[in-house]
Design a protein around this ligand. Structure first.
Ligand code: PFF
Ligand code: NA
Length: 433
């Protein structure tokens, strides 16, 4: 039981920690104005993300199948309509859609492994380093090549059926990533404008927080914890019989949050020290961190290693984007290799479209994170909060009805669903938060 609990922890952490933390969180924090956005994001993690994550793990453990089948079976047992399975099915599609831009960004990370290795940005000026990223965006063949490499890596791991195996890599990956981010924060504290960076990230000016910013903060809470599409539900099937889900989930969410905050604290001081714009968009990490690596001693080595770690973190997330769909097709008698190649090909095509047309890239990112995942999460909260019988939820959560359990139950039934609905309405201008 101890062992399978760790299998779950590694798989779920591998899925959660990825480009969302290191690439996306800092750049959207920059775009939406800093401190107040960070507070909104943290509130969403606490009040919506963690309770929904517990609900997903619980349904996965209880259903012990791919998300669509698990929800369908649990609903039938509870005397509700089997149509609940659709929510799991919607999640598989959302996963594929995320993969369509995720693998493009992971491809950028691979390109930066090569750039580090060849010393492309060594001792370069901040302006030249900005130009490097612009050049990559202008190069369709370059992006296409790396996107293809990353898609094949993901497909290889999933087809081989060693999704659990990659969990073992997380064991080494996470501590290294953590150490690296600390190193980079240290570098920024000495050579960047640390005070300006911290003020930007943690001064809360709530006047900058409009409906759109709150929606993006909530969407990112789902994205970063891999929620609302069944990825964590699929891994919940590994969760052992009577261990407590609550504490495990809180640990994973805390780790994910700390990694994102460290990434921001590493980048923003460099933004202000080098006269860059915090809201420059998706290039933020690919401009700021090479500035640090280009100047530190051993920077080429560290840069190579860092971007390799980021790529592996992206891989342990991307496998969870297509695994639920593959598991579902496998249940329908389609060979694992065939279904993996099929889904990976669809995702690859979408990636090509994202490379060719930036609007496709942005739309896929926006629709999945800010609409599909919160919608999936809303239904999962209602499903576990209101549809499943109380007794079933109590036993399956493994939380023995204590204080943590009672708090979770209330937040899941009321706070999370009403919160999600309120943020949706607020962003549509139908409600004033
Ligand atoms: N949580 C991942 C990240 O932060 O990079 C992204 C992700 C993976 C989202 C898997 C959704 C998912 F199902
Ligand atoms: Na994450």
């Amino acid at each position: 039981m101890w062992k399978s609990r760790w299998t779950f922890i590694f798989a779920a952490t591998g899925s959660a920690v990825g480009l969302g933390n290191i690439w996306k969180f800092p750049y959207i924090t920059g775009e939406y104005g800093g401190g107040a956005f960070v507070i909104a994001y943290l509130a969403c993690i606490l009040l919506i993300g963690i309770p929904v994550m517990i609900a997903e793990v619980m349904s996965g453990r209880a259903g012990r199948s791919d998300p669509a089948t698990a929800m369908r079976n649990l609903a039938t047992e509870a005397g509700a309509t089997p149509w609940w399975g659709i929510i799991g099915g919607m999640g598989m599609i959302a996963g594929l859609m995320i993969m369509m831009f995720y693998s493009v960004v992971a491809g950028w990370a691979l390109d930066y492994v090569a750039q580090s290795l060849t010393g492309n940005y060594h001792k370069a000026s901040a302006g030249d380093i900005e130009a490097n990223f612009a050049n990559l965006l202008d190069s369709r063949p370059g992006q296409l090549g790396w996107h293809t490499v990353f898609t094949l890596l993901t497909a290889g791991v999933v087809a081989a059926g060693v999704t659990k195996g990659i969990g073992k890599a997380v064991d080494i990956l996470m501590p290294m990533l953590f150490a690296f981010l600390l190193l980079l924060v240290g570098y920024s504290a000495v050579y960047g404008d640390f005070a300006a960076g911290l003020h930007f990230m943690f001064d809360t000016d709530f006047s900058r927080l409009n409906g759109e910013a709150i929606l993006v903060a909530m969407g990112h809470a789902f994205f970063t914890l891999s929620l609302g599409m069944g990825a964590i539900m699929a891994y919940g099937a590994y969760f052992p019989g009577n261990a407590s889900i609550g504490k495990t989930v809180i640990t994973i969410a805390a780790l994910d949050t700390i990694i994102a905050l460290l990434a921001g604290m590493a980048m923003f001081p460099l933004v202000f020290a080098n006269d860059l714009t915090p809201g420059q968009g998706p290039g933020l990490m690919f401009v700021t961190l090479p500035i640090a690596f280009s100047n530190m001693s051993g920077g080429l080595f560290f840069g190579t290693l860092f971007f390799t770690l980021v790529s592996i973190a992206a891989l342990s997330s991307s496998i969870s984007l297509i695994e639920p769909g593959v598991a579902w097709l496998e249940k329908r008698g389609i060979k694992r290799v065939v279904s993996t190649l099929g889904l990976a090909f669809v995702a690859w095509l979408g990636g090509v479209a994202s490379i060719v047309d930036g609007d496709v890239f942005n739309a896929l990112d926006y629709i999945t994170a800010n609409i599909l995942l919160p919608l999936g999460g809303l239904f999962i909260a209602i499903f576990v909060g209101w549809v499943l019988p109380d007794k079933r939820v109590l036993t399956e959560s493994g939380m023995a009805g204590g204080q943590l359990y009672r708090m979770w139950r209330v937040v899941l039934r009321y706070v999370a669903p009403l919160g999600i609905i309120a943020v949706f309405l607020n962003s549509l201008g139908l409600l004033e938060l």
